[in-house]
Design a binder for this molecule. Structure first.
Ligand SMILES: C[C@](O)(C(=O)O)[C@H](CC(=O)O)C(=O)O
Ligand SMILES: [Mg+2]
Length: 295
């Protein structure tokens, strides 16, 4: 894997080398570096994460393409791991908008994305009351996205939210049509058991993604369980984000009630650890070199 290949090509390479490919949510550039250090081959920017983390808003289709691109650029500027991005319903409504989304995302260094078949006023995929567009409308979304790929290796995943409202048969029929329209992979949102994943894998001739998000409709299937039914990608969209929020809350509460941070300082990343993770000393050394004239 070299950074001279396109992000899309690096994503495809990782997908061919790890089964299933573990893809972890990295809410910001710092987390992207932590994920790389932990050995992951691919990372993810969650739409719900951009909404909740960057904006303090719910995952209800409120954040814009620019909100997402800002976070994408910050991550791709410092981390060469291929980044998959949640583009919700594509930031439409028209094919032109969707094309612009895909082109901008590739320009910002994105390697892959998923676009879903919910209506524009979308919800989190694990909440009740989701509405979806017709199969034909979603096929048009996909065609617009495929046509806009300025990197042919950019990996376009079609997500179907149909299981909840229309059942597995309908969702699989959709998935087949989405692959025929040019999607490179299928995201079977809120699948609830392994046989359902197996059915998707058997029916669609493209890699299938399992969204193993916590506190949702999908049990926390392991890598081995998903491998046993042929799932190609295991997504953890918000795991570190949820843990980080809980940790922050504990620190705020403790300092407020104790009047000092002594009781929580052991739970903190140290200054040295932080500097190590972001390459602080390397930056300083490179600056020293520049000003001392050394090569
Ligand atoms: C994957 C997802 O689209 C996201 O935005 O991260 C969410 C995750 C979640 O809310 O747990 C979803 O599944 O809709
Ligand atoms: Mg999302």
């Amino acid at each position: 894997m070299t950074a001279s290949t396109s992000p899309g090509a690096r994503f495809r390479q990782a997908l061919s080398e790890e089964k299933p490919l573990q893809i972890v949510g990295t809410i910001n550039a710092n987390h992207a570096l932590l994920a790389r250090r932990a050995g992951y081959r691919a990372i993810y920017l969650s739409g719900g994460g951009v909404a909740a983390g960057s904006l303090g808003l719910p995952d209800l289709g409120i954040n814009t393409l620019d909100d997402v691109l800002t976070d994408v650029r910050r991550i791709t500027d410092v981390c060469d791991l291929p980044l998959m991005v949640d583009i919700d319903t594509g930031f439409g409504p028209s094919a032109f908008n969707i094309a612009r989304t895909v082109k901008s995302l590739i320009k910002a260094g994105g390697a892959a994305c998923h676009i879903e078949d919910q209506v524009g006023a979308k919800r989190c995929g694990h909440r009740p009351g989701k509405e979806i567009v017709s199969k034909g409308e979603m096929v048009d979304r996909i065609k617009a996205a495929v046509d806009a790929k300025t990197d042919p290796d950019f990996f376009l995943i079609a997500r179907t939210d149909a299981i909840a409202s229309h059942g597995v048969d309908d969702a699989i029929e959709r998935a087949i049509a989405f692959v025929e329209a040019g999607a490179d992979g299928i995201f079977a949102e809120a699948a609830y058991d392994l046989p359902t994943y197996q059915r998707f894998v058997d029916a669609v001739k493209a890699p299938v993604l399992a969204n193993i998000t916590e506190f949702g409709q999908t049990p926390l299937f392991t890598r081995d369980e998903l491998a046993s039914v042929g799932v190609a990608m295991q997504l953890f969209p918000l795991s570190a984000f949820r843990a980080m929020n809980k940790a922050a809350e504990a620190v705020y509460t403790a300092i407020r009630s104790d009047g000092h941070q002594k009781n929580v300082v052991d739970s903190m990343q140290t200054r040295e650890e932080l500097y190590d993770r972001i390459g602080y000393h390397e930056f300083e050394q490179s600056l020293d070199k520049v000003f001392s004239g050394a090569k």
